[in-house]
Write a protein that binds this ligand. Sequence first.
Ligand code: PEP
Ligand code: MN
Length: 338
Amino acid sequence: MMVVMHEGATEDQIAHVVVRIEEIGATAHVSHGERVTVIGAIGEREELAALPLEACPGVDHVVAILKPYKLVSREFHPVDTVIDVRGKKIGGGHFALIAGPCSVETPDQVMQAARAVQAAGGTMMRGGAFKPRTSPYSFQGLGLDGLKLLAEARAETGLPIVTEIMDPRDLDVVHEYADVLQVGARNMQNFLLLAELGKLRKPVLLKRGLSATVEELLMAAEYIVKEGNLDVILCERGIRTFETATRNTLDISAVPIVRMASHLPIVVDPSHSAGRLDLVLPLSLAGVAAGADGVLVETHPSPEHALCDGPQSLCTDDFGEYADRVLSLARWAGKTVA
Ligand code: PEP
Ligand code: MN
């Protein structure tokens, strides 16, 4: 439930409503807007409905939130969330181009990719050090050594680092090096991991599960936000369908659906959805046209030698041209890229 206060409601009136909500064992989240303050109440639906909050001084009206997710809903927080990652913003009109190799392989490979991303106007660098691979015999990532290489790339280029965390036991080490912690599609419903990430004060990029609905994605984000970490970037990375022409089907409608349902930023991943180099540009442009706040894309200095996801990776030599197309559409759509 959401309690909308009158314009000019006093701090005492707000505090009183919070007390009334907490008295019944529910939790109150206060958001001070430019004009009005809104108090979100999370708890037993029937008990909250029975509270006569409209009668409290300073309350304008009460809105029931019927969606199963609350804190991430636009009803709860009507204004777009803007996330600041070392000065690079995403959401609320700020567009992010996040690019880099699927996995960190060698110092040269990471540095070449980072330089290409920076030169092309990319805003953040991606790269996996802990890789979730379908086969246990495939390359699993360089682990800590990979994180160190990413940190070197950041030191040279200034690009913030987005990298995946797979296991809560790696939290300390990944947290030390990453600027954004990525939760991969296969871990979207690893609720223990999500709750741990919720306790951090570092942005999380949460990928949609292979067979997850948009509602399940938002519920997964709720696990993080509920613990107090409000900085969650959602990612549409394609879902399993009967179509075999692509590795997954980019669910483009998820972009406007998420934007209507939630205040959190959403990016598209044209690399893992298509699994095909020739679709990366068209799917990126489609994502931008649909209103995405960013693109997360794979690029490698030598895709044919990549240890992971070569067939879908843009060659860094072609990355500048790709970035020009994507960023000019984003700017045309009224977004700021910085
Ligand atoms: C990745 O981004 O490298 C990755 C493994 O993606 P996903 O979790 O979407 O498969
Ligand atoms: Mn990959």
